[in-house]
Ligand binder design. Structure first.
Ligand code: PMP
Length: 284
């Protein structure tokens, strides 16, 4: 692959983009990110991704925010330069390059801003069509999962453990309750009510989660933002995940239990269609 990527104001071939070994992303995972999906060459829900980035930066005391218009331009340029029709744009901002020290560098320190595209079949893919299996695993992440940092080692490890056991993904569990997937929000449907965990410090408040909750309301489904256990999930009538890269994707098996008859749920399919239809309408 030879993509054009973005590095601190420049568009360069991916093999030529170099960052210092003193970057705080490398030394301290001191970096934040956002992933925006692209359909028909257009960005989905860009403004909400930028609002969440501002929040992440402010929670971690980044001394200033990025300019949304500039970030929008670089996203669009990357889509154009890489001829991207369907896929994602990853944006990452670190506190920058500084001598290794636990102290934050002074507020004038330049951020490191990088971005790149990935081509992906977001609409037609095996997982969306056939559903995925998930394995549950203890949620051993830190206590600020509401901030979208690049500190992704544990979710990456959890996904590895799941795939070693023959599962597609993992759902993480804290105090007996499912928090979320390794890189997505977890949902179930029980007795006609759509349930996903309340947004607090233990999950990332997904941009797709918010949009899908709206879709569910429009489809006259009742929504409950509350905890659910593994056994409640296993005996649910439907289960699914949401994220910018998976939209709404059915879950058909949790550990050794099939969800209903083990095929994607009807309402999950409807929700996916509705979400995609709305996403296309608001794409920029
Ligand atoms: N939770 C976690 C832990 C994630 O990494 C993601 C995706 N980045 C999500 C939820 C879903 O968020 P979004 O809908 O904004 O992609």
């Amino acid at each position: 692959m030879n993509r054009i990527v973005y590095l601190n104001g420049e568009y360069v071939e991916e093999t030529k983009a170099k960052v210092s070994i003193f970057d705080r992303a490398l030394l301290f995972s001191d970096a934040l990110y956002e992933v925006t999906s692209v359909l028909d060459g257009k960005l989905i829900d860009f403004d909400n991704h930028m609002k969440r980035l501002d929040r992440s930066m402010s929670e971690l005391k980044y001394p200033r925010m990025l300019n949304h218009d500039e970030i929008k331009i670089l996203h669009k340029e990357l889509v154009k330069k890489n001829n991207l029709n369907e896929g994602t744009v990853y944006l990452q901002v670190s506190r920058g390059v500084a001598e290794r020290s636990f102290d934050f560098p002074d507020s004038e320190n330049d951020f490191t801003v990088t971005a790149f595209t990935q081509e992906k079949d977001l609409i037609n893919n095996k997982s969306a069509l056939e559903g995925i299996s998930v394995m549950t695993i203890e949620d051993n992440r830190w206590g600020r999962c509401d901030i979208k940092t690049v500190q992704l080692l544990y979710p990456s490890f959890a996904k590895f453990c799941a795939s070693q056991e023959g599962f597609d993904d993992a759902w993480m569990v804290r105090n007996g309750n499912v928090t979320e997937g390794t890189s997505n929000n977890a949902w179930i449907i029980r007795n006609g009510t759509v349930i996903t965990r309340q947004a607090d410090n233990l999950i990332l408040k997904g941009i797709t989660r918010e949009a899908v909750a709206e879709c569910a309301k429009e489809l006259n489904y009742k929504i409950d933002f509350k905890n659910f256990t593994i056994s409640e999930a296993q005996s649910a009538s439907e289960a699914f995940i949401t994220s910018a890269t998976t939209f709404v994707t059915p879950v058909i098996k949790i550990n050794n239990a099939k969800i209903s008859d083990g095929s994607p749920g009807k309402f999950t399919k409807l929700l996916r269609e509705k979400y995609i239809e709305k996403a296309r309408k608001i794409a920029i």
